[in-house]
Design a protein around this ligand. Structure first.
Ligand SMILES: [Zn+2]
Length: 316
């Protein structure tokens, strides 16, 4: 028995190998250059962390909406393969650093397989037009209307989940990718805010399973999320944390890792945590808890809290 639920509603997981909690990261490639990748991942690997590195498989062919390496750079690709060999997972961040057509997304997934041996299991949307259930489409009901009114819409006019648009790839996503990230919260214990993950949401049928994450989008918010007392609480609660970050933003100063980031990761590494990639963690949770189909009440809860945090705390 890999894990179990004590306490109704809130999973108390028995982590493998007697570990006391789980911790991982999904890293978004925005603004990340080869030197950042090398610096950050050599450090994480030596400490024993094994996390998920989001990538853009396809070269940028039109005007970019973001900086950052794509897998078209052979030096970057080689670096990624080396970390993959050491146990890191590679994740999908849409095709490339600009909106992609259905054909380009299919091409990108093919390149991913060619470069890294198999297709991606986990993904997170980039703010492209083919992002799946993105912007207001992340939400339902009044929350969707509030979001649209305040943030502007685009709802159902485009998006990877809307058949008949040039960006549609919902069917390809459903057939190829197991886990997709939606809501991000400030709590370090992602499992406490979202005890249902990984979950299937019947209002979003092109995604097999969703996961939530902890806000750590750049150096400053990452170190805030991982403060000593938060690390200790994650351990006490036997929780699971999936931090969403961009290692290309604010982790390196004058060619060196930010000292507070270094200190916090070294501190966390000394704890008895289970430090595995996003998909390994989610596969384990699914086996421990069974598959969850999100109910309307659960969806309301996740959406309302996220919307509140989005507007008052600026989470992703
Ligand atoms: Zn991005």
């Amino acid at each position: 028995m890999p894990g179990e639920i004590v306490n109704d509603g809130r999973p108390v997981i028995r982590w493998p190998e007697g570990r006391r909690f789980a911790f991982t990261i999904f890293d978004d490639p925005d603004s990340q250059m080869c030197e950042d990748t090398r610096e950050v991942y050599s450090f994480l690997a030596d400490l024993g962390f094994r996390t998920t590195i989001g990538v853009w498989p396809l070269e940028a062919r039109r005007t970019r909406n973001s900086r950052g390496e794509t897998c078209a750079n052979p030096e970057y690709r080689e670096l990624l393969r080396r970390f993959q060999e050491r146990g890191f997972e590679l994740g999908f961040h849409n095709a490339t650093a600009h909106s992609a057509t259905r054909e380009e997304t299919i091409e990108a997934l093919g390149l991913f397989r060619e470069y890294f041996g198999s297709g991606p299991a986990a993904m997170a949307n980039h703010y492209n037009d083919e992002a799946i259930y993105w912007r207001a489409a992340r939400l339902t009901g009044w929350r969707q209307k509030v979001y649209e009114a305040l943030m502007g819409g685009g709802l159902n006019r485009s998006g990877g989940h809307v058949p008949g648009t040039p960006h549609y790839w919902g069917d390809v996503c459903r057939d190829n990718i197991r886990y997709c990230r939606n809501f991000v919260y400030s709590d370090i214990n992602t499992l406490r805010v979202c005890p249902w993950m990984p979950y299937f949401d019947p209002t979003k049928p092109y995604v097999q399973f969703w996961f939530s994450a902890c806000e750590g989008a750049e150096g400053s918010s990452f170190t805030k999320a991982l403060q000593d007392r938060n690390q200790d609480r994650l351990e006490e609660e036997a929780g699971a944390s999936i931090v969403y970050t961009h290692f290309g933003r604010g982790f390196i100063e004058n060619g060196r890792l930010h000292p507070e980031f270094r200190r916090l990761m070294e501190r966390l590494a000394r704890k008895e945590g289970w430090f595995v990639p996003v998909s390994t963690l989610l596969d384990f949770l699914m086996e421990a808890k069974g598959q969850t189909v999100l109910t309307a009440a659960q969806r309301r809860k996740l959406e309302t809290r996220w919307l509140w945090e989005k507007f008052f705390r600026g989470t992703s």
